[in-house]
Design a protein around this ligand. Structure first.
Ligand code: NAI
Ligand code: MG
Length: 333
């Protein structure tokens, strides 16, 4: 049994966590959960959004499955999600988006994997007032070293998984130093991988191309903010935030989570789609080498999507709930 830190999180977090625990247990996945708290839940219970006990558990077990954590907008504590990525140097945020059976969207044959640089860019939180409430500044940091490791991770993934192309997304026409450096590093690493095609696109054009011809994209690598935005866009192409999982990977730890947040608008109503969190758990199982169990659960999801879509959650056109979906999957084991 592999011990894994489980952070249920805020909002819909407890509902989707229960679902994923039930499904992995039905599938007899060899994992043992070590539960800890973070985010608003932890702030309310312990006075800090990121308790030392939670950090210590991740340090010990090196692997976590994390529910969504609420971050106050504008004021209040800084994002615990960003803090965890920085604390454990989880430099690669990997976010696949693949067309799913039975989900009605105008887009076909989407199968892309976004590699988002996860520790730098505008997300380092170095913001200050030049003049309070009149003039604010935010600093973006891009280093050669951090660019190299995320871009190399994208190329290695492409080469190992039979992917044909890496698209690097930037804004080097305007942000000539920061994203210009990222592009320069990309061009140089591309030469080490002659079997993988390479292209670069400016981010605004990329947003349009992803909607017009999403099937032309394969592996995408980009800086932190662009990756955050484009991965929500990619989720929208395949059925929304309820269906896309993600991993935050570093050298010494990995934390898996859904792309979505705590969805306060639907929390406690039984409407949360647990599929995104479940796909994140499957990425975790694959990371552990448990590919067979991950494939069996994926196959069960596809069966339910194709044959029992009515019992799925409303966000993907069903009339069911978190628990009817969960029960339908568990029945297949
Ligand atoms: P959100 O992702 O929570 O919700 C956006 C929309 O998608 C909402 O209409 C929501 O109902 C829907 N949605 C999201 N997940 C769903 C699911 N599993 N099933 C069905 N519908 C789903 O984004 P929002 O509202 O901008 O953020 C809410 C909070 O979450 C904020 O505090 C934000 O900071 C935090 N957040 C946390 C993340 C994390 O823990 N990694 C990521 C993104 C946001
Ligand atoms: Mg986001």
């Amino acid at each position: 049994m592999q011990k894994i830190v489980l952070i249920p999180g805020d909002g819909i977090g407890s509902e989707i966590t229960l679902s994923v625990k039930e499904i992995l247990s039905a599938a007899q996945a060899p994992v043992e959960w070590v539960e800890h708290i973070a985010g608003q839940t932890a702030l309310d219970q312990t006075g800090t959004p990121l308790p030392e006990a939670t950090l210590e558990a991740i340090r010990t077990h090196k692997l976590a499955l994390k529910g969504p954590l609420t971050t106050p907008v504008g004021t209040g504590f800084r994002s615990v999600n960003v803090a965890l990525r920085q604390q454990f140097d989880l430099y690669a945020n990997i976010r696949p988006a693949r067309t799913l059976p039975g989900i009605d969207t105008p887009f076909r044959n989407v199968d892309m994997v976004i590699f988002r640089e996860n520790t730098q860019g505008l997300y380092i939180g170095r913001e200050n007032w030049v003049e309070e409430h009149e003039h604010a500044e935010s600093i973006a940091v891009v280093t050669r070293k951090s660019s190299e490791r995320i871009i190399r991770a994208a190329f290695e993934y492409a080469a190992q998984n039979g992917r044909k192309k890496v698209t690097l997304v930037h804004k080097a026409n305007i942000l000539k130093f920061t994203t210009g450096l990222f592009l320069e590093v990309g061009r140089s690493i591309a030469r080490e991988f002659p079997s993988v095609m390479f292209e670069d696109l400016i981010v605004d054009n990329m947003a349009m191309q992803m909607v017009m011809r999403p099937e032309r994209f394969d592996v995408i690598v980009t800086t932190n903010l662009f990756g955050d935005i484009l991965s929500d866009l990619a989720s929208g192409l395949v059925g929304g935030l309820g269906v896309t999982g993600a991993g935050n990977i570093g050298e010494s730890a990995a934390i898996f989570e859904a792309v979505h947040g705590s969805a306060p608008d639907i929390a406690g109503q039984g409407k949360a789609n647990p599929m995104a969190f479940l796909f994140s758990a499957l990425m975790l199982l694959e990371y552990l080498g448990e590919t067979k169990i991950a494939e069996q659960i994926r196959a069960a999801i596809y069966v339910v999507l194709q044959d029992h879509r009515d019992i799925c959650t409303p966000d993907i056109g069903g009339q069911g709930s978190t628990s009817t979906f969960t029960e339908a999957i568990c029945r297949l084991f």
